[in-house]
Design a protein around this ligand. Structure first.
Ligand SMILES: Cc1cc2nc3c(=O)[nH]c(=O)nc-3n(C[C@H](O)[C@H](O)[C@H](O)COP(=O)(O)OP(=O)(O)OC[C@H]3O[C@@H](n4cnc5c(N)ncnc54)[C@H](O)[C@@H]3O)c2cc1C
Length: 348
């Protein structure tokens, strides 16, 4: 087996979160922090009935060893990937969403975020009593009471015993909301909640997130099998893909070892249309519509919340979850959602 990567021994830097029920056969030691019932906040407050896990990237890399693999260092073009067919029976393209590097002024829908890591005592005013905030959509990021700009939320997650990540996130915008705007919003929000200015301006760590929502958005290189965000592995509504890739890796490896590729292993394929509708709505909804949507999400039963968020949910489950959210929205919110799903893009 051969693997090619520009930096094969690099350690993974992003803070990865998955749900507790998505850990699968991975050992518990890959969990850096288990967060029971993180909250969603919009107009209401909703503790979510699942545990959220922050992964320990170093431990995860240990749990996914490359023993027996011929590892080469290299950054491959599409043609070079295709040429690997001369060396390998199966070529898997896992080069991610932007194998040629970041695209300047990338117009594609993207999730962007700016985060800081601070001590728990400094983060406490931001959490306002919650153990963690998966999404806090309240609008204290704004400098006016009734903002009309692109909505963003606070993601506030304890990482270990003595660190908390506070991140201002734009779930989806096209092009992605600029990082300086997110940084300014985070600062305004945190200071207004009473986080010490020194912790905001001199954090332990800073994190920048850029996730192209549609992954690479191109068909696979001919003759290759594209996985992860190089293929269709990303969830276009949440931007997440890690749990899906981890869940599929073993089956894919065994299939290849058996001499064939999995053909119909993507139970979520039929749901892609609904996810595209969801992304369309997220790209267009205004602040009030977004709050109404996530209030409705918070009121869904746990199983429907899971169907909405998982990359692996089937079309029927996802459609039922989306319909359930629609039914739980007030009339004005329903109107906004219909207009957003069918109407022109949000203006910035
Ligand atoms: C800060 C941050 C936080 C995030 N948090 C989460 C989260 O909590 N949960 C979640 O699910 N997702 C999260 N994401 C998104 C997640 O990182 C991506 O969706 C995920 O990493 C995509 O996985 P992938 O394997 O498809 O691609 P990548 O992780 O991008 O991996 C691509 C691999 O291919 C290599 N490569 C790239 N180009 C080439 C080339 N030309 N030739 C050879 N090799 C190449 C790279 O070195 C890399 O090893 C986050 C992203 C960021 C930036």
């Amino acid at each position: 087996m051969l693997a090619v990567d520009p930096r094969p021994s690099a350690s993974w830097q992003p803070t990865y979160g998955i749900w507790g029920d998505e850990l699968g056969a991975l050992p518990q030691y890959v969990v850096r922090r288990r967060v029971p019932h993180p909250e969603l906040r919009a107009h209401g407050e909703y503790p979510l009935p699942r545990d959220y896990l922050v992964l320990d990237n170093d431990a995860l890399q240990v749990a996914l060893p490359l023993d027996g693999v011929d590892v080469r260092t290299g950054r491959l073009t599409d043609d070079e990937v295709a040429a690997l067919r001369s060396e390998a029976r199966v070529v898997v393209d896992a080069r991610g969403a932007r194998p040629d590097g970041r695209v300047a002024r990338d117009p594609a829908p993207a999730q962007t975020a700016f985060g800081i890591v601070v001590r728990p005592e400094d983060a406490a005013p931001a959490l306002q009593g919650a153990s963690a905030l998966l999404m806090d959509w309240r609008t204290d990021w704004a400098d006016r009471p009734d903002p009309h700009a692109t909505p963003t939320f606070l993601y506030a997650i304890p990482l270990g015993d003595d660190e908390v990540l506070l991140e201002e996130t734009c779930l989806a915008a096209a092009p992605g909301l600029p990082i300086p705007e997110l940084r300014a919003r985070l600062r305004r929000r945190l200071l207004s909640r009473g986080v010490p200015q020194s912790a905001v301006d001199e954090p332990l760590v800073r994190e920048i997130v850029r996730i192209p929502m549609r992954g690479r958005g191109l068909p696979p290189v001919p003759g290759t099998y594209a996985v992860g965000t190089a293929g269709r592995g990303g969830n276009v509504v949440t931007g997440y893909s890690v749990a899906h890739s981890l869940a599929r890796a073993d089956d894919l490896a065994w299939s290849i070892a058996d001499g064939h590729l999995p053909r119909h292993t993507d139970p979520g394929a039929g749901a892609d249309l609904f996810r595209e509708m969801g992304l369309r709505a997220l790209l267009r909804l205004d602040v009030e519509g977004t709050l109404a949507l996530f209030d409705a999400f918070g009121r869904l039963p746990g199983a429907a919340q899971r169907d909405f968020m998982s990359r692996d949910s089937a079309g029927a489950g996802l459609a039922a979850a989306m319909w359930g959210m629609f039914l739980r929205m007030p009339v004005a919110g329903k109107r906004r959602l219909i207009a957003a799903t069918l109407g022109p893009a949000r203006r910035r």
